[in-house]
Design a protein around this ligand. Structure first.
Ligand SMILES: Nc1ncnc2c1ncn2[C@@H]1O[C@H](COP(=O)(O)OP(=O)(O)OP(=O)(O)O)[C@@H](O)[C@H]1O
Length: 251
């Protein structure tokens, strides 16, 4: 079966600086992947390329074998949604209004929200347990509450691939577990998930595949048992073995 997404020999430069070099990656339909790597390795950059908000300098991204780069932006947004690290909301938008923005790719010039749009928004609100916050102002929410709103916004797009950029950032441990449970329920609904993540202890048991990105290096992919070894992590994160609990024994 053809992978949902294929990244082929992809490189990316910011000006003269090479950030991603010759990246190869297949993402199979219905899988959950964790994208890990040290600060500055290019995880956000890779997610943004996958979401279509950055264009690769070389190589290509294929969605079910079709060029993703040449697909109209609106069409791309129906397949792949990115939950960013932060969301700047300049006005006093409510949670409901923000989540409704996820329907933008489906709206025509003269077409407001239709029944199917409201169903998708309600479903996203339910999955992220936001019903009680629906009428609150986004900018007045806590970091953890905002995180759930960003995810609901992505879910309202009804993507086949949901990308999340450090989704556990600013979540307490209870909310981290809720997030992991939410990703598991999305997985059961057939949504493919790729999340960049620094909390490596959350990876085993919750993500089937791990993709390790080091600056300027090819992406290394495998199961958590293969990738999350003390020797591999201490090399990738430039940390002496034994100096961090995660580097003392396999996760
Ligand atoms: N707009 C930009 N212009 C120039 N360089 C940039 C720009 N955005 C990011 N970079 C650089 O690209 C590199 C990769 O950044 P990126 O945010 O993708 O890394 P990351 O792996 O997500 O890091 P972190 O774990 O710290 O979030 C970094 O060195 C960063 O400074």
């Amino acid at each position: 079966m053809i992978p949902l997404v294929q990244i082929r020999d992809l490189s990316f430069h910011f000006g003269e600086r090479a950030i991603l070099n010759h990246i190869e990656l297949d993402i199979d339909q219905g899988t959950t992947g964790a994208l890990i790597g040290p600060n500055g390795a290019g995880k956000t950059t890779l997610l943004r390329i996958l979401a279509g908000t950055l264009t690769p300098s070389a190589g290509e991204v294929l969605l079910e074998g079709r060029s993703f780069t040449n697909m109209p932006r609106r069409e791309r947004a129906k397949h792949i949604a990115l939950v960013p690290q932060s969301l700047d909301v300049p006005f006093e938008f409510t949670v409901q209004q923000i989540v409704e923005q996820g329907r933008t790719p489906y709206l025509g010039m003269l077409r407001g929200l239709m029944r199917e749009d409201r169903i998708a928004v309600d479903r996203a609100v339910d999955l992220t347990d936001l019903a009680s916050l629906r009428h609150r102002i986004f900018n007045e929410l806590s970091g953890g509450e905002r995180q759930r709103v960003k995810i609901a916004l992505g879910l309202a797009q009804q993507p086949r691939l949901l990308l999340l950029d450090e989704p556990t950032q600013s979540l307490d441990i209870g909310r981290q577990v809720e997030l992991i449970d939410l990703l598991a329920s999305l997985h059961h609904e057939g949504v493919t998930v790729l999340a960049s993540i620094h909390d490596l202890h959350l990876v085993p048991g919750n993500f089937a595949a791990v993709h390790l990105l080091e600056p300027g290096q090819p992406l290394v992919s495998g199961s958590p048992e293969i990738i999350l070894t003390p020797s591999q992590l201490s090399r990738a994160f430039h940390c002496t073995p034994g100096r961090h609990p995660l580097l003392q024994e396999a996760l």
